[in-house]
Design a protein around this ligand. Structure first.
Ligand SMILES: CC(C)(COP(=O)(O)OP(=O)(O)OC[C@H]1O[C@@H](n2cnc3c(N)ncnc32)[C@H](O)[C@@H]1OP(=O)(O)O)[C@@H](O)C(=O)NCCC(=O)NCCS
Length: 155
């Protein structure tokens, strides 16, 4: 597979997308494009294979956090059929690269994400640390200092 990560486009195929989570499936199928058109709500990026460039395999959505010093990694999900093969890594790496660009161009302090409780360990691999108390059912807010991202990129 030759994976390309690019902005979501209107005619991308999302109807059969299934990451195993209804809320994340529904966001991609019903809201991601509309929100992107509105411009101010959030921009989604999709992973596709060059051989089938319309079929979405995974995605993430970036938005500005309520506190505008932070980028909000609002969504990130890989279709179950393609999980475990490094696509999640490719998506989060690209999300962090874009966040760093935002930080360099307009300034921001960190990336935050609301992680499902069973994914806290996955985010921690990238340096995200839990902040604020999680409720019993989650999600857990996590914080990644932009300096950590910058240091990782330079390594
Ligand atoms: C979480 C998710 C994005 C990961 O995508 P992926 O393509 O399967 O991930 P990758 O292949 O890049 O990485 C898998 C690695 O993460 C590890 N991993 C997976 N879940 C983990 C967890 N909860 N804690 C620690 N490590 C974890 C795996 O063991 C594997 O390790 P390895 O690279 O050493 O073999 C994907 O499983 C997904 O979309 N899940 C459903 C939606 C979801 O939970 N999204 C996050 C919302 S907060």
């Amino acid at each position: 597979m030759a994976i390309v990560i690019r902005r979501l486009e209107e005619h991308d195929e999302v109807e059969n997308y299934d990451c195993g989570d209804d809320a994340l499936n529904n966001y991609l199928k019903r809201h991601a494009w509309a929100n992107q058109l509105k411009g101010s709500i959030g921009v989604s990026y999709v992973a596709v294979d060059e051989g089938a460039p319309r079929m979405v395999l995974g995605y993430f959505t970036l938005a500005m956090a309520r506190v505008p010093r932070d980028v909000f990694l609002a969504r990130l999900a890989v279709d179950r059929r393609f999980a475990g093969g490094g696509l999640g890594h490719a998506l989060i790496s690209e999300a962090l690269r874009i966040s760093l660009q935002v930080a360099d161009e307009v300034g921001c302090r960190s990336v935050i994400s609301d992680a499902y409780l069973d994914r806290v360990g996955w985010y921690a691999r990238y340096g995200f640390v839990p902040i604020e108390g999680a409720t019993a059912t989650g999600p857990q807010r996590m914080f990644l200092d932009m300096r950590t991202v910058r240091a990782a990129v330079r390594r």
